[in-house]
Design a protein around this ligand. Structure first.
Ligand SMILES: Nc1ncnc2c1ncn2[C@@H]1O[C@H](COP(=O)(O)OP(=O)(O)OP(=O)(O)O)[C@@H](O)[C@H]1O
Ligand SMILES: [Mg+2]
Length: 428
């Protein structure tokens, strides 16, 4: 892969990456954080362009809003540290020796037509390939078509259902592919800052550790009624025209001191909407910690931000106090009260069914909320001990109200009168 142009360049390549130093149609590296994936491919791009005049490389992401999100900066650093000659860094691309170029593209910005502009490229490097959509992968593969062209992919695995994992790790991996799983322990340049972060997760975040640092799929709970693949498959970058926007609120009932884990619970605050296309859209997880003032203010600010139609609250735990607290901050706030007569997972089930039918899209990624959803089972919530799934509950309330046919047994209460309330009294 890397004939060097004589004496100038000595790339730093660890043992784990040696298998990639020969030509191959596909080169795929997956693994946990800090395993050297980006540095390796950035370096490989520079070395290839230095070695073969006129080489054209495209660095691809599914979504690239700005060049700052791209590998451009890293490639510039590699040109510098390698002392590679004949490169010219421009605003949005890098000219390479002999009339070649390195460009940076977001697949979402391409159409079936515009992707053809990449046909003359020798290398396509897909960074953060776990987010690559099926459509993008299908568009890209036959586009990179010149003799000996290569497709490189680097990613942190999330789910076996992600298109990149299905492609390289599924039943029919492509021929002529070098595929490796490489973690931090094979990166000789793993920094002390990264080491401290890793140890923090090992000790304080054990259920996420294997995913973050060992490149394993995101933790799944046996019998979970939400799954990552469905969440990812339906994810959208933008919401369509929206018909009705609701803010769901599920304040934590414990005060910081009484929480079983000794850490303050989050107050669940989530925004969901019904689209003109009759699908549901999860717009924001605005959950936060703090006292009643904190969650009430955040709820109202969120309501204003989205110009929402109403706030959906649950009445059983704190009586009417959730409503009263909110209305003590804004008297005319439209509130829909729902009474929970059944267990958490029973309320969650019909909503998870909507997700399975591809009727709900998350707009953007809401990691903590999605973690909670994926820990609901038919028997209840199986989160870290003591954790209450407040983020998920808030969204489930809002979606239940948006899709009322599903949740008929949830009794709605309409109080016309407003009661004066003492700020935060119910929190004790
Ligand atoms: N070839 C190299 N030369 C010098 N330093 C390197 C090299 N490879 C990796 N490093 C160091 O290791 C760190 C992690 O490498 P890199 O960013 O490539 O990992 P990654 O697998 O892309 O991580 P992430 O999954 O977080 O994107 C870098 O910030 C850098 O400090
Ligand atoms: Mg990286």
């Amino acid at each position: 892969m890397m004939p060097l142009d004589g004496t100038v360049i000595t790339p730093q390549i660890s043992d784990a990456y040696q298998p990639f130093l020969k030509p191959s149609r596909y080169k795929a590296v997956k693994g946990g954080r800090g395993s050297g994936k980006s540095h390796f491919f950035a370096q490989a791009a520079v070395v290839n362009c230095a070695a073969v005049l006129g080489t054209r490389v495209v660095c691809i992401r599914e979504v690239q809003k700005t060049l700052r999100e791209s590998a451009k900066r890293l490639i510039e650093d590699k040109i510098e540290t390698l002392g590679a000659k004949g490169f010219k860094v421009k605003n949005d691309e890098i000219e390479t020796p002999g009339g070649g170029v390195i460009i940076f593209n977001g697949m979402q910005d391409h159409t079936a037509q515009s992707i053809k502009s990449l046909e003359g490229f020798k290398v396509a490097w897909v960074e953060e390939a776990q987010t690559l959509s099926k459509t993008s992968l299908e568009l890209l593969r036959p586009t990179i078509r010149i003799d000996d062209s290569e497709i490189w992919a680097s990613w942190n695995p999330r789910s076996a259902g992600d298109p990149i994992d299905a492609f390289f790790s599924g039943e029919h991996p492509p021929e002529n592919a070098i595929i490796r799983h490489i973690n931090f322990d094979q990166n000789p340049w793993f920094t002390s800052v990264l080491k401290a972060e890793r140890i923090y997760d090992f000790e304080s975040n054990p259920h996420r550790y294997a995913h973050i640092w060992l490149g394993e799929y995101e933790p799944m709970v046996a019998g979970a009624i939400w799954d990552r693949a469905t969440l990812h498959a339906n994810r959208r970058r933008e919401a369509p025209q929206l018909e009705r926007i609701l803010v769901g609120v599920d304040p934590a009932i414990t005060s910081p001191e009484t929480n079983a884990r000794g850490t303050p619970d989050y107050h669940g605050i989530g925004v969901a909407a019904l689209g003109a296309d009759d699908r549901g859209y999860v717009l924001e997880d605005a959950s936060r910690q703090g006292g009643p003032k904190d969650w009430a203010e955040r709820t109202i600010a969120t309501f204003d931000k989205w110009e929402a139609d109403a706030v959906v609250v649950e009445v059983n735990q704190g009586g009417d106090m959730v409503k009263h607290t909110l209305q003590s901050y804004r008297r005319e706030l439209p509130i829909i009260e729902v009474r929970a007569t059944r267990g958490k997972h029973v309320r969650a089930e019909p909503i998870s069914a909507l997700y399975k039918l591809n009727r709900i899209s998350h707009v953007g990624t809401h990691r903590e909320l999605e973690d909670q959803l994926c820990r609901f089972t038919n028997h209840g919530y199986e989160g870290p001990s003591g954790e209450s799934p407040d983020r998920a509950e808030a969204i489930i309330w809002a979606l239940s109200e948006l899709f009322p046919a599903l949740t008929q047994s949830t009794q709605k209460m309409n109080h016309e009168e407003n009661f004066p309330v003492v700020e935060g009294a119910w929190m004790g």
